[in-house]
Design a protein around this ligand. Structure first.
Ligand SMILES: Nc1ncnc2c1ncn2[C@@H]1O[C@H](COP(=O)(O)OP(=O)(O)OP(=O)(O)O)[C@@H](O)[C@H]1O
Ligand SMILES: [Mg+2]
Length: 336
């Protein structure tokens, strides 16, 4: 559950006007197109949007782990503890990765080494940053497994990844990400492919991390239900842009962008996995050729002519609440 924000005023991560493009045979994919967001110390921030909106590319840009050699940060900055990570030499960046900032990847099975015991994989993460002797590291690995809700950590540490369940693997991934007490944890869809009861347990583990350690968390998901449960603030991403941002309660009470409104209607319920969800009609555009004007206009129930021509800027809806929608402009209101 949501907890007290430890230091709301101290910005830990500040992504400013970030542009990340990927060169492909079909053209240039503008995966992250002038994106700004921030995470304060001790805060859990959600980054939400449908598949293909650029969430993972935004996270990989922060870590500077973009697909080589085609993915590149072409503009903007990523300030972490006041330092612009986009300007750091790779050697310095390596010290930050897995030490100060950790990431839990979308797919634990491909992220884990299939031929290495899970305990050894956690030990490797521990000793790569803090040289301690192996038995102490092994004990710490077991403690980490216990801290992510695996009471029989000793038994699980001896297993290979394919021998344990999907939920267990995800916990192991979290244990690895926590091995070095990161200041910032990025969790990219940490509960996809897990059944609902396991999802709830993983969420509990994540919220417990913040409660115990004060680690800031950037939670990436397409599920606003998870956000309601865990996050202090939310950034909604659509087709490479942030279209709305607000404190969680404000966003749920007063969504100002039609995309957010529709996402809210499509929240899966944790209790009932079989319930039919309302889906948003149409598709996220190809990020090589985005629609002119507002990128959401082809799918928007409130579309007017102006939306097809004018690119919206962020409109200040309320305290800390912004939306990139023309509905809030005089031009839109005056159009018949
Ligand atoms: N390795 C790659 N090569 C080329 N294009 C890519 C690559 N990875 C992602 N993309 C493109 O970049 C855009 C953003 O993708 P990204 O993976 O960041 O989306 P996402 O919001 O994380 O989606 P999902 O919810 O499915 O994980 C998409 O248009 C995608 O097709
Ligand atoms: Mg993704």
């Amino acid at each position: 559950m949501k907890g007290p924000i430890l230091n709301r005023n101290e910005v830990l991560l500040e992504v400013k006007n970030l542009r990340t493009y990927i060169e492909t045979g079909a053209g240039l994919v503008r995966a992250v197109d002038d994106v700004s967001f921030d995470v304060c110390r001790g805060e859990i921030v959600g980054l939400v949007g449908e598949s293909g909106c650029g969430k993972t590319m935004a996270a990989l840009s922060v870590m500077r782990l973009l697909p080589e050699p085609y993915g590149k940060i072409v503009g903007g900055s990523v300030y972490f503890e006041g330092q612009d990570l986009t300007k750091l030499p790779e050697e310095e960046m390596r010290k930050i990765r897995g030490n100060k900032i950790s990431i839990i990847f979308q797919d634990p099975l491909t992220a884990l080494n299939p031929i290495m015991k899970v305990g050894d994989q956690i030990v490797e993460a521990i000793v790569s940053h803090h040289p301690i002797d192996e038995s102490a590291a092994w004990q710490r690995a077991i403690n980490l497994l216990q801290s992510v809700g695996i009471p029989d950590g000793k038994v699980i540490a001896e297993q290979y990844p394919f021998r344990i369940s999907g939920g267990m693997r995800q916990r192991v991934m979290i244990a690895i990400a926590l091995a070095c007490n990161p200041t910032l944890l990025i969790a990219d869809e940490p509960t996809t492919n897990l059944d609902v009861s396991i999802q709830a347990q993983i969420l509990e583990v994540i919220s417990d991390i913040r409660r115990r350690t004060g680690t800031s968390i950037l939670l990436i998901t397409h599920n606003l239900g998870l956000v309601a449960w865990l996050c202090d603030r939310v950034f909604v991403m659509y087709a490479g842009k942030i279209v709305e941002q607000a404190p969680t309660e404000e966003l749920f009470a007063n969504p100002a962008h039609p995309y957010t409104e529709l996402l809210l209607k499509s929240i899966p319920k944790l209790e009932s996995s079989k319930e039919k969800l309302e889906t948003i009609e149409g598709e996220v555009p190809n990020l090589i050729r985005v629609p002119p004007g507002c990128r959401f206009h082809p799918r928007c129930p409130y579309v007017k002519e102006v939306c097809k021509k004018v690119e919206p800027t962020l409109f200040n809806v309320n305290v800390e609440h912004y939306a990139r929608c023309l509905k809030h402009t005089a031009e839109y209101r005056l159009e018949q």
